[in-house]
Design a protein around this ligand. Sequence first.
Ligand SMILES: Cc1cc2nc3c(=O)[nH]c(=O)nc-3n(C[C@H](O)[C@H](O)[C@H](O)COP(=O)(O)O)c2cc1C
Length: 181
Amino acid sequence: MELDKLLKSRRSVRKYSPQPVERDKIMLCLEASRLAPSACNAQPWHFVIIDDETLKEKFSRGAFSGIYRGTMFAARAPVLVAVISDPQWLPRAGGAIRKTDFHLIDIGIAVEHFVLKATELGLGTCWIGWFDETKAKEVLDITGSRKVEILLAMGYPADDFSAGPQKRKAVAEFSTFNTGK
Ligand SMILES: Cc1cc2nc3c(=O)[nH]c(=O)nc-3n(C[C@H](O)[C@H](O)[C@H](O)COP(=O)(O)O)c2cc1C
């Protein structure tokens, strides 16, 4: 798909068809993430694909409970993706000097590659930052300091899914030439 069209057609999908997502399509999305750039080429990410219905239910019961229950829509997506960070020492040292978490920037790029490939394949996704990380880690056997930074819901959009207007700032509101003022 032509890039402009792809960027315009990607929207957060919060209503999914029950149609399963083919594993080969998931692999193509992972391949798109694999090609993402990262600070020092550290590739500081691990993607856990949750497409087993029983595990997904257990995961959703924990991760989307209490103050996070508003995210329960994601439990009805055929696939959830948990993205775990794996920061490497060199960008971490550079990041400490710069006071910038490079690994979070890297993960953002890798996940958006995944999302855009999914869009090209006709799949809908929704980034999810609002979830109970402690429970997510428990269900996925993630121990120690490894963090689940972000989740994605993924599936074919429901027939009656429609996105509202894509509200965005005008380019002039977020850009300038030759000055930061
Ligand atoms: C880092 C990040 C976290 C997000 N977390 C959530 C979330 O927890 N729940 C949700 O429904 N949408 C979440 N979103 C989706 C945004 O609400 C959505 O991208 C934004 O409103 C723009 O709409 P669009 O994606 O349809 O263009 C998140 C998006 C990003 C990039």
